[in-house]
Design a protein around this ligand. Structure first.
Ligand code: PLP
Length: 396
């Protein structure tokens, strides 16, 4: 008898790798948000600005000129050349545009490629906990094993170099870090980064350094990991346009890495993506050529919001380490006795404020929530009022 299509649902064979991957804790939470009206969101980690107009316009004009074909797998020569110049200007570091730079579909693709190019099954990658949700997933998807270093508010969510040294063994291939950090906003000091560099050099490890928030730093400087002594040949630098230039939807990023690693990443990229979007590459070129003043304005504005939200959290009585980068604060909610999921879900239901539970970023994110302040000052102030009422009700 033929299957009744209404009653019989087909089961599919899904790979163990996909099955074992836990769904992103952030996405699960945003399904809840989508079904609630009148919410103030401190949830999504993206700028509330639109892409500066001259950047969008450059892309529109290129479409009008019919510039809609594939580009070279590595990205257009113009963009790679401009990126090389940009890295030289910013950090005094010299990347060959033909052999050491790869233009990717967001820094997300560069992260995925770096793991797939480096890891064999069972290889280990050391990373902080809490950390950006894709770090663990990309390691697992490449067949690797994520090894977490606990961090906490007490040490400003910095990784302790001696903890890193203890975890290195013959299976360790890489250390994956990202400063300024998501979800904590931590910027590691140059001295601490030097200690990580020394461990990497001593043990022949590659450091994958996700510097997507490099331009979003406040009252401090960003250290590009590859500029540390001896590290250019042992670093995969991941960067992108999403955060600094408000270009999340364009999906454009890059990697800068030694020739052999770039060649391996490019092989995977050419069979999966072929090339990043042509239109987005034109926009990225314009961003590098003349986007700096918009970045400076946005950073000044984020800094004002950062101060307001930090003061607001202090008034509420939620202890919070002062982040120096990105656009997140990561206060402790332990005083309420709730788990971070309970806190976020109840806050959303009762006060219509969306934040992300710290546990979405790893075991050691528990007891915290991530609030993104890349939203209007008005929203921040209203969200703080609502949170104050909420915390007062639940504080023990
Ligand atoms: C730390 C970190 N790395 C990478 C990404 C992904 O950025 P992109 O839009 O360039 O793929 C994000 C996005 O939230 C992020 O927070």
């Amino acid at each position: 008898m033929p299957d009744n299509p209404v009653t019989k649902r087909r089961t599919y064979h899904i790979s163990d790798r996909a099955n074992h991957l836990s769904p992103s804790g952030i996405r699960r939470f945003f399904d809840l948000l989508a079904s609630t009206e009148g919410v103030i969101s401190l949830g999504v980690g993206e700028p509330d600005y639109s892409t500066p107009w001259h950047i969008s316009e450059a892309a529109i004009k290129s479409l009008e000129r019919g510039y809609t074909m594939y580009t070279s797998n590595s990205g257009t020569p113009e963009l790679r050349k401009e990126l090389s110049r940009h890295l030289e200007d910013e950090y005094r570091i010299d990347y060959n545009p033909n052999t050491e730079l790869l233009i990717t579909v967001g820094s997300s693709e560069a992260l995925d490629l770096s793991m797939r190019a480096l890891l064999n099954v069972g290889d280990e990658v050391i990373m902080p906990d809490p950390c950006y949700v894709a770090y663990e997933a990309c390691v697992v998807m490449a067949g690797g094993i994520p090894v977490k270093i606990p961090t906490s508010q007490e040490n400003g969510f910095e990784i302790n170099p001696s903890d890193v040294a203890k975890l290195v063994n013959h299976k360790t291939r890489a250390i994956l870090i990202g400063y300024p950090a998501n979800p904590t906003g931590t910027v590691m000091s140059r001295n601490k980064l030097m200690e990580i560099a020394e461990i990497a050099l001593r043990n022949h490890l590659i450091v994958v350094s996700d510097e997507i928030y490099a331009k979003l730093v406040y009252d401090t400087d960003h250290t590009c990991f590859a500029t540390l002594p001896g590290m250019k040949s042992s670093t995969i630098l991941l960067g992108g346009f999403s955060k600094a230039y408000a270009m999340t939807g364009w999906r454009i990023g890059y990697s800068a890495a030694p020739v052999e690693i770039t060649a391996a990443m490019t092989k995977i990229h050419q069979y999966t993506m072929m090339c990043a979007s042509t239109m987005a590459q034109v926009a990225a070129l314009e961003a590098l050529r003349s986007g700096e003043s918009s970045v400076i304005e946005m950073v000044e504005d984020y800094n004002k919001r950062r101060r307001v939200i930090l003061q607001g959290l202090a008034d509420i009585g939620l202890s919070c380490f002062e982040p120096k980068g990105a656009f997140y604060v990561f206060p402790s909610i332990r005083s309420t006795g709730m788990t971070s999921e309970e806190f976020a879900e109840t806050l959303l239901t009762e006060e219509k404020v969306a934040v992300v539970p710290g546990s979405a970023f790893g075991k050691y994110g528990e007891g915290h929530i991530r609030c993104c302040y890349a939203t209007s000052m008005e929203n921040i102030k209203e969200a703080l009022l609502r949170m104050k009422r909420f915390v007062k009700k639940y504080s023990r």
